[in-house]
Design a protein around this ligand. Structure first.
Ligand code: ZN
Length: 112
């Protein structure tokens, strides 16, 4: 069966579109790459898959991130509204929040 791809989607490279991957007792055989959907958001050109950031604002206290914190960000998907990339930004304890790239650029130094 061939999947219809929406714009900005690609066949999941981990399970090749089946949504199934190696079995484990917690989640069965659901693919972690796509949560069983078989498709993942396509990374646009000129968009980094991962980012390293240093927080440069006190306004991110609401996310538990403090000024000066070094964080990692991983591309999640594109905003449906304006196609701005959305990243999962997480600290060293693994607490994470989905934040838009425009927000990240405004409030962080991005280290390459
Ligand atoms: Zn998959």
């Amino acid at each position: 069966m061939k999947k219809e791809l929406a714009q900005g989607e690609q066949i999941c490279p981990r399970c090749l579109g089946t949504g199934r991957y190696s079995y484990n007792q917690i989640d069965g055989s659901v693919c972690y790459g796509c949560n069983g959907k078989g498709v993942t958001p396509k990374l646009p050109e000129n968009t980094a898959k991962t980012l390293k950031l240093i927080v440069k604002t006190d306004r991110w206290n609401k996310y538990t991130f403090r000024n000066g914190d070094q964080l990692k960000a991983k591309f999640c998907n594109l905003s449906e509204k304006d196609q701005n990339p959305i990243y999962m930004v997480s600290d060293k304890w693994g607490r994470g929040f989905k934040l838009r790239l425009s927000n990240i650029e405004k409030n962080c130094d991005i280290i390459k």
